[in-house]
Design a protein around this ligand. Structure first.
Ligand SMILES: NC(=O)c1ccc[n+]([C@@H]2O[C@H](COP(=O)([O-])OP(=O)(O)OC[C@H]3O[C@@H](n4cnc5c(N)ncnc54)[C@H](OP(=O)(O)O)[C@@H]3O)[C@@H](O)[C@H]2O)c1
Length: 267
């Protein structure tokens, strides 16, 4: 099939946002990077559907987007529940009539510590949310994109913690590395249909997740900052910006990549 985009290479200024006209589904959108993505994608012209478990947070971000003139709604969804995930993706199509792009961002952190200290139930939970949840979401999203927009893009939120040994968060790191593999496999499988699939690998980003880790590991911020050439943590919006670009038509020849957004920490 010919999936060459009709690109405008003229020098005229772009009038539309990066995601104008697109419908975007975002998991983990109640706070942190997902909430920043909801605000940004809406500012860039997308109609957004926010998913997570905590309704009060989803409602607050949805109202904020609407107050700023954007189009947003939310659906309560536990990524560990297959029926919930499918229903949440279907909700985007019910609400907006189509699905173009999805940001699989929602994830949980594990209790930090060596792997022999980890409870089996904690391992199973990290697996269910951070890996199986991403697989469930991608399968539902591909089906929805195929049935409506026809072509589209998916971004999975991985982590720099997936790229080498992760002794403090071993199960988290393992699931994120598996997300990189699923991302590449999906890119190869769905590329011929012009459904692009990429991942981002954020470094230290100021959200509740990192604060939870720091509570168990005092001095974490100083250690991570010292290992980061830009010598600071990311604001959640800086991570969302990379996801927005990968979901937009501006990255039309990028698929199967895991993009580090880490201030140079793994350079
Ligand atoms: N912060 C960092 O430094 C950093 C670095 C690398 C990668 N990341 C990745 O970035 C993504 C966002 O993390 P964040 O830092 O923004 O963390 P966060 O502030 O803790 O937000 C996580 C989001 O995921 C949702 N979530 C968690 N468990 C869920 C479940 N079972 N079902 C549905 N939603 C669930 C949470 O909502 P509910 O709890 O209400 O469900 C929340 O909206 C994650 O994939 C994380 O692994 C973060």
């Amino acid at each position: 099939m010919d999936n060459t985009p009709n690109s405008d290479t003229s020098a005229a200024p772009a009038a539309l946002g990066l995601l104008a006209g697109k419908v975007a589904f975002i998991t983990g959108a109640g706070r942190g990077i997902g909430a920043a993505a909801a605000r940004l994608f809406a500012r860039e012209g997308a109609r957004v559907l926010l998913a997570a478990r905590t309704e009060a947070q989803l409602k607050a971000v949805t109202e904020e987007v609407r107050a700023a003139g954007g189009t947003a709604d939310y659906v309560v969804c536990d990524l560990a529940d297959a029926a919930d995930v499918r229903a949440a993706v279907d909700r985007a199509v019910d609400l907006y009539g189509r699905l173009d792009v999805a940001f699989n961002n929602g994830a949980t952190i594990q209790q930090p510590g060596p792997m022999d200290d980890m409870a089996e139930a904690d391992f199973d939970h990290v697996y269910a949310v951070n890996l199986k949840g991403v697989w469930l979401a991608m399968v539902a999203e591909v089906a929805a994109i195929r049935a409506t927009a026809g072509t589209g893009a998916i971004v999975n939120n991985s982590s720099v913690g997936s790229l080498r040994g992760n002794p403090e968060l071993p199960a988290y790191g393992a699931m994120k590395r598996a997300v990189n593999s699923l991302t590449e496999s999906a890119a190869v499988t769905y590329g011929p249909e012009d459904i692009r699939v990429n991942a981002i690998a954020p470094g230290n980003t100021l959200t509740e997740m990192i604060r939870t880790w720091e509570a168990d590991s005092p001095g974490l911020q100083e250690r991570l900052t010292a290992q980061t050439p830009l010598r600071r943590a990311a604001d959640p919006d800086e991570i969302a910006q990379a996801a927005a670009w990968l979901l937009s038509d501006r990255s039309s020849f990028v698929t199967g990549t895991v993009l580090r957004v880490d201030g140079g920490a793994r350079a």
